[in-house]
Each structure stands twice: as structure tokens, then as C-alpha cells.
Write a protein that binds this ligand. Structure first.
Ligand SMILES: NC(=O)C1=CN([C@@H]2O[C@H](COP(=O)(O)OP(=O)(O)OC[C@H]3O[C@@H](n4cnc5c(N)ncnc54)[C@H](OP(=O)(O)O)[C@@H]3O)[C@@H](O)[C@H]2O)C=CC1
Ligand SMILES: Nc1nc2c(c(=O)[nH]1)N=C([C@H](O)[C@@H](O)CO)CN2
Length: 236
């Protein structure tokens, strides 16, 4: 049982990786606050486990600031903030700028404003952590997800800057996964191609991100670091 009763906030926890990590953190005894944008079975499942569900749409500054106000109405302290919410958008002719702005807001502006406005809540907890979920693709860029990759690279930069700004009270780290979970519409050819990109060649699932979160939450001597969780893509 953690010694801090302060809740952990995880964004975008209605499905997939965020939902799994939220469930595992609750199993560990952490009080949990999570954001959702779409009502899903996973949202209700977390409510049923006693978690606090807060609506948030991070695609605009107004939506981010509205969430911050809602969060502060629910808690005056935080053990950790996990920035997991994300949109993986490819370039689509005619809507490139809209997609870019959306991903900039979700992957950079939301973590930036939430970290700045909620630092005082984290400083009431010892230890305290901020964890940014990035993407291994920032290592070399992406020809098919240019805006997505750029926004995640900006998130990697926020990890370094906030680690310097908030030390020693708050540790700030990142996790950079490659393939974790396929999406339902990924066909066999895409899946085979994606699996072949890593040395280990597996679809690992969400537990590898929970294991990475647990390491960062429990280790008192790690900050300003982004953990690579990519099956050895960089050695393939
Ligand atoms: N899945 C993978 O293989 C990989 C994932 N990652 C990263 O890991 C993390 C988890 O991945 P995964 O579980 O697949 O993520 P998802 O694609 O399932 O997105 C997670 C959640 O983000 C929320 N979200 C999207 N747009 C917004 C918005 N405008 N405002 C608020 N919330 C929003 C969605 O909420 P809702 O459903 O409520 O609308 C969604 O449930 C992400 O940061 C992702 O970039 C990195 C590499 C590989
Ligand atoms: N928000 C999301 N980001 C990413 C996803 C996803 O489903 N949602 N998926 C990937 C891919 O798995 C990629 O890593 C391998 O093709 C990347 N980011």
C-alpha cells in the first residue's frame, strides 16, 4: 500500500494502455483520477473500481484549462500525473493543419499547462512524479506521421525542461514505446510488417507500460530520462 493517499492522475484512460495502467495502479492501492473524452465500457469499469472520472478534451486551450479547473475542484494533492492521452493522426490532404494543431494541443500544450498549473498539487506529495508517454518514433522521424512525431518530440523536450524546473520535489520522466497494441482495423500485412521492425518481433500489450510506470514511480534516483520500450527496433 503506498504511503501517500494523494491520487494518481492518468489522462485518456478509457481504453487500451491507459485503462490497463489505471486498473493496475488501483490494484496497487493508489487512489485514481482519470480523464476520458468518450464514454466507453472502460470508463464505467474504472468508476466501479472507485476511480474518479473527469471529462477532458485536450484539443483546445479552453478544454485543457477547463479540465485543470475541474481537477482542482476534486483534489488538492497528486502523487503523480501520467500524460497518456493521444491521437495518432497521419497527414490527410486538406486537413494537415487541423490535425497538427490537435496533436500539438494534446501531446504538448496539455502536458505543458497541466504540469505548470498542477505542480503545487504534486509538491504536496512525497515522492511525486510526472510521466510523459511519448513514442520511440521520435528517434528517427516518421514519413507517414510527420505531425504526430513532431508533437511527441516536443513532449520529449518537455521531459527535459520540466525535470530541471521541478527537481528535487518532482521527478519528470518519459516512456517511449514502439508497437504496443494493434488497432482493430490493422490488416495482416500491416501487422506482419510492424512486427518485423523490432528485434523481438512481438505485440507486447499494455503491461510493459505499466512495468515502466512502476519502475519510474518507485525509483528515487531517475529524472529527465525517457525509457525506450521498443522491442529492440534500434538494433534491427
Ligand atoms: N498503441 C501503441 O502501439 C502505441 C502507443 N503509444 C502511445 O502510448 C499511449 C497509449 O496508446 P493507446 O492506448 O494506443 O492510445 P489510444 O489511441 O487508445 O488513445 C488513448 C486515449 O487518448 C484519448 N484522447 C484522444 N484525443 C483526445 C483529446 N482530444 N482529448 C482528450 N483525450 C483524448 C482517447 O480518449 P477517448 O477514448 O475517451 O476519446 C483515447 O482513449 C499514447 O500516448 C500513444 O501515443 C506509442 C507507441 C505505440
Ligand atoms: N495514440 C496512439 N498513438 C499510437 C498508436 C495508437 O494506437 N494510438 N499506435 C502506434 C503504432 O502501434 C506504432 O507504434 C506502430 O505501428 C503509434 N502511436
Amino acid at each position: 500500500m503506498p504511503d501517500s493517499a494523494a491520487p494518481i492522475l492518468i489522462t485518456g484512460a478509457g481504453q487500451r494502455v491507459g485503462l490497463h495502467c489505471a486498473q493496475r495502479l488501483i490494484e496497487d492501492g493508489h487512489p485514481l483520477i482519470f480523464t476520458y473524452r468518450t464514454e466507453r465500457p472502460g470508463v464505467q469499469a474504472l468508476r466501479d473500481l472507485g476511480a474518479t472520472a473527469l471529462f477532458a478534451d485536450f484539443s483546445s486551450e479552453a478544454g485543457i484549462l477547463a479540465f485543470i479547473d475541474a481537477l482542482k475542484a476534486h483534489t488538492d494533492s497528486l502523487r503523480a500525473v501520467v500524460h497518456n492521452a493521444s491521437e495518432w493522426l497521419a497527414e490527410t490532404q486538406g486537413s494537415e493543419a487541423q490535425a497538427f494543431n490537435r496533436m500539438f494541443n494534446i501531446h504538448m500544450l496539455a502536458p505543458y499547462l497541466i504540469n505548470l498549473h498542477c505542480a503545487e498539487l504534486l509538491q504536496r506529495s512525497t515522492p511525486a512524479d510526472i510521466i510523459h508517454i511519448s513514442d520511440d518514433v521520435t528517434r528517427k522521424g516518421s514519413s507517414k506521421h510527420i505531425g504526430y512525431c513532431a508533437s511527441k518530440a516536443g513532449l520529449d523536450s518537455l521531459t527535459l525542461s520540466f525535470a530541471a524546473r521541478f527537481a528535487p520535489a518532482i521527478k519528470v520522466n518519459g516512456i517511449a514505446p514502439a508497437l504496443l497494441l494493434f488497432n482493430p482495423d490493422d490488416d495482416a500485412a500491416y501487422r506482419a510488417k510492424a512486427l518485423a521492425k523490432s528485434a523481438l518481433g512481438i505485440e507486447p500489450g499494455s503491461e510493459v507500460i505499466y512495468q515502466s510506470l512502476r519502475y519510474l514511480l518507485d525509483n528515487p534516483y531517475v529524472t529527465g530520462t525517457t525509457l525506450t520500450v521498443n522491442g529492440g527496433r534500434h538494433v534491427k
